[in-house]
Design a protein around this ligand. Structure first.
Ligand SMILES: *Cc1c(COP(=O)(O)O)cnc(C)c1O
Length: 467
């Protein structure tokens, strides 16, 4: 039996109509998009699970906050509301808004890193890696081994490998490790959480070696929920108490507020107590993001963010949200469909290699499943597999990804149980006709980050070629 769906802790006041399409229309649309889901128009999508970033639904309180937004260039009241809210959630002294997560990285990373330095992370998010490398530093991923095993349950697959981290520090020399970056939850490892004890141990080692710990905090609240429900000793603590303790094990944070702070655009930098660093952050924010009291955002955005930071740590909301992932996971499990287990905090990753075993990696099984989900029910998902991996830069050959995953990222407070059932039913229907589904080949691709813009076509079937 599938897990009981946790009912929404909110009701609906405003609706956004969705356009229904027929299967014939979708076959036409995806062909026009050259079988690249990024090339579809959003209005042709019924359930959009492309990302959970900036796609959440704001609350009536946040919408009311927009009207209170103070648009003064300097010293707006909305800025002070945000500072107060963020200090309350994170317990850090200095708060700097920016326009999104990568802007925070652009401001912060050059203050810690540069030529000859390294950053060690439980796993860098792609923009974080890019900003580390733009400084001339090297980005090293160092997640625990369980992260790569999709089938066995482990409560904290997002953790840093502590032993290896200590080895890396002595190998490179602590003076050359510019930052340790803790990504919570670990997005790249499938939204897997990091335990409190792991954060505590990492921070202790960093302090001993005089290395700053940066918390990449996009999904701070989902991580806290997993600590509460999975880690010994936290069951009776509030989410807020857990969040406070998590951030006590860091020196500063960079954050995309488009995730757990439930706004459509926004980001944050916060610094525990280093005033000198705060001055440096302000000096870089002004040329890149704008004056310090708005940081690339409108006053109304600051207002919505101040409210969203608090709404994101509400237990009933988090229980419902993570419940959505668990509901999808349990329905897939019941139908014998493999996925990365346990489910992450913001997405479910379907194991496309197991759903479409006849499609080889060089014909992109996870992309084939994503295309089929669109054709079947108008669902937009994305490939996290060999299609997303660019060709080897040296040999030009297609690289083989370790896992072929189709990601279903769930926007916050947007879709209902019935929508999730449409998604699960579609995957089950596809599995039943799996052997009819063909792989894809690329007909055009750019040099890097090809999955956003490349063009594809279905490969001819061997039996068709024989005709
Ligand atoms: C989304 C994200 C970022 C980048 O934030 P943007 O708001 O997209 O610029 C950085 N780190 C993590 C872990 C993220 O999920």
């Amino acid at each position: 039996m599938s897990k009981k769906y946790v009912a929404e802790p909110f009701k609906i006041k405003m609706v956004e109509p969705l356009r229904m399409t027929t299967k014939e229309e979708r076959i036409e649309k995806i062909k026009e998009a050259n079988y690249n889901l990024f090339a579809l128009r959003a209005e042709d999508v019924y359930i959009d699970l492309l990302t959970d970033s900036g796609t959440g639904a704001m609350s009536s309180n946040q919408w009311a906050g927009l009207m209170l937004g103070d648009e003064s260039y300097s010293g707006a009241s909305s800025f002070f509301k945000l500072v107060e809210s963020a200090k309350d959630v994170f317990g850090y002294e200095y708060i700097q808004p920016v326009h999104q997560g990568r802007a925070a990285e652009k401001v912060v990373m050059p203050l810690l890193l540069g030529e000859g330095k390294v950053a060690i992370s439980n796993m860098h998010f792609d923009t974080t890696r890019a900003h580390v490398e733009l400084t001339g530093a090297k980005a090293i991923d160092n997640v625990v081994a369980e992260a790569l095993d999709t089938t066995t349950f482990a409560p904290f697959k997002g953790n840093m490998d502590i032993e290896k981290m200590e080895k890396l520090i002595s190998e490179y020399g602590s003076e050359n490790v510019g930052a340790i970056i803790m990504t919570v939850t670990n997005n790249t490892a499938g939204g897997q959480p990091v335990s409190m004890s792991n954060m505590r141990d990492v921070y202790a080692i960093a302090q001993k070696n005089n290395i700053k710990v940066v918390i990449d905090a996009a999904r701070y609240a989902e991580n806290a929920y997993f600590i509460k429900t999975r880690e010994e000793g936290y069951q009776d603590k509030s989410i807020k108490e857990i969040v406070r303790e998590m951030f006590s094990y860091g020196d500063l944070l960079t954050m995309s507020s488009k995730k757990d702070a439930i706004v459509n655009m926004g980001g944050l930098i916060a610094i525990k107590n280093d005033e000198e660093m705060y001055n440096d952050v302000k000096a870089r924010t002004i040329p890149f993001e704008g004056f310090v009291s708005y940081g690339g955002l409108a006053g109304r955005d600051l207002e919505a963010l101040a409210i969203g930071l608090q709404e994101g740590i509400d237990y009933d909301y988090l229980n419902y949200r993570i419940g959505q992932m668990e509901y999808i996971g349990s329905r897939l499990e019941e139908a014998g469909i493999s996925f990365q287990s346990p489910v992450g905090g913001h997405a479910v990753f379907v194991d496309a290699k197991k759903v479409l075993p006849h499609i080889p990696y060089y014909q992109y099984p996870a992309q084939a499943l994503a295309v089929e989900l669109y054709i079947e029910a108008g669902i937009r998902s994305c490939d996290i597999g060999s299609y997303m991996l660019d060709n080897d830069p040296v040999t030009g050959e297609q690289r083989e990804a370790e896992l072929e995953l189709t990601r279903l990222a769930i926007p916050r407070r947007v879709y209902t149980q019935a929508h999730l059932d449409v998604v699960c039913d579609a995957i089950i229907a596809i599995k039943e006709r799996a052997d009819e589904i063909r792989g894809y080949e690329i007909t055009w691709q750019p040099k890097v980050l090809r999955h956003f813009t490349s063009k594809l076509r279905p490969v001819e079937r061997v039996e068709e070629l024989a005709k």
